[in-house]
Design a protein around this ligand. Structure first.
Ligand SMILES: Cc1cc2nc3c(=O)[nH]c(=O)nc-3n(C[C@H](O)[C@H](O)[C@H](O)COP(=O)(O)OP(=O)(O)OC[C@H]3O[C@@H](n4cnc5c(N)ncnc54)[C@H](O)[C@@H]3O)c2cc1C
Ligand code: FES
Length: 258
């Protein structure tokens, strides 16, 4: 599916850095004017050669925008991501975006960021976009293989606290554990990661503060035209691509998500 409202862009893969066995930092030089991008927004991306195949572009959260350069963190999950990270520097890409009306925006003066694994991408951008409101940043990683990912996040956001499931780097425990066991006051949380992490934070904070979560779901078009990304909320099925990806966690039926 193509859209014709100025969201279709061409870009060139200009840099590729391997940060972990299956995690890459990719930079794209994107042609032409790019409107401002809010934290949480994402692009559907894929190599131009996919146009010859029935392959759908894949969604990735913006990790940073510097001038006409867009940055993404890509974790290999299956065929599409594997093919994307194998592309050579200089490969032409198709990028659709920025997409998503549900974005990270603060209610008050203090926000704690909590990332699970690759979910750190939009939160790094959020931290840079709102440096004055981010009071705490916790990144949860599974093991020491993620050390270079953690170092990259630290180089961008020096205050980040690393939580590690097996304790090999940072503090032992999950990102939710480290957030909830900390002695700091929490006014609002922005999170991106697995559903189990959303559930743990929501249960731990007992509905006391607003939690915004960036949700993932299988996407076809990214622009509200195919309904493939709908998830259950208290107001009925909601399309993650157009109403999200950032939604109020209290509104989402977490127990019905797979
Ligand atoms: C708004 C949004 C932002 C995202 N941001 C990032 C990001 O910054 N970095 C990153 O690495 N990934 C991100 N993802 C997930 C990424 O889009 C998927 O991992 C990717 O589309 C999988 O494509 P594939 O062809 O490699 O995998 P497939 O071969 O299609 O599937 C492999 C596995 O990945 C699962 N999967 C497929 N699509 C998704 C999806 N959209 N969300 C979650 N799981 C999926 C499948 O269920 C399957 O288990 C984001 C997803 C969304 C919806
Ligand atoms: S991906 Fe098509 S409606 Fe959301």
């Amino acid at each position: 599916m193509r859209c014709d409202d100025g969201l279709e862009r061409s870009g060139i893969l200009s840099e590729k850095v391997r940060l972990a066995r299956e995690v890459y930092l990719l930079r794209f030089e994107v042609e032409g004017f790019m409107s401002s991008i809010m934290p949480g927004q994402f692009f559907m991306i894929g190599p131009c050669r996919w146009k010859r195949d029935p392959l759908l572009l894949r969604p990735f959260a913006v990790a940073d925008k510097k001038g006409d350069t867009l940055e993404f963190l890509v974790k290999v999950a299956g065929f599409g991501t594997n093919d994307i990270v194998r592309c050579e520097i200089g490969s032409p890409f198709h990028l659709r975006g920025p997409l998503g009306r549900g974005v990270f925006k603060p209610l008050g003066k203090s926000v704690a960021l909590v990332a699970g694994g690759i979910g750190v991408a939009p939160l790094v951008f959020a931290r840079k976009y709102y440096p004055e409101v981010v009071s705490k940043f916790v990144l949860g990683v599974p093991n020491g293989d993620w050390a270079d990912v953690a170092s990259w996040v630290k180089s961008e956001c020096p205050e980040v606290v690393i939580a590690c499931d097996d304790g090999t780097i940072g503090e032992r425990g999950t990102a939710a554990d480290v957030l909830l066991n900390g002695k700091w006051p929490i006014e609002e949380v922005w999170a991106c990661g697995p559903v189990a992490m959303f559930k743990a934070i929501y249960a731990g904070l007992n509905g006391r503060v607003r939690i915004l979560g960036s949700f993932e779901s299988r996407m076809g078009c990214g622009i509200g035209g195919c309904h493939s990304c709908s998830i259950p909320t208290k107001n009925g099925m909601t399309e993650v691509c157009s109403c999200g990806p950032v939604l109020d966690v209290a509104e989402v039926c977490l127990d019905e998500l797979i």
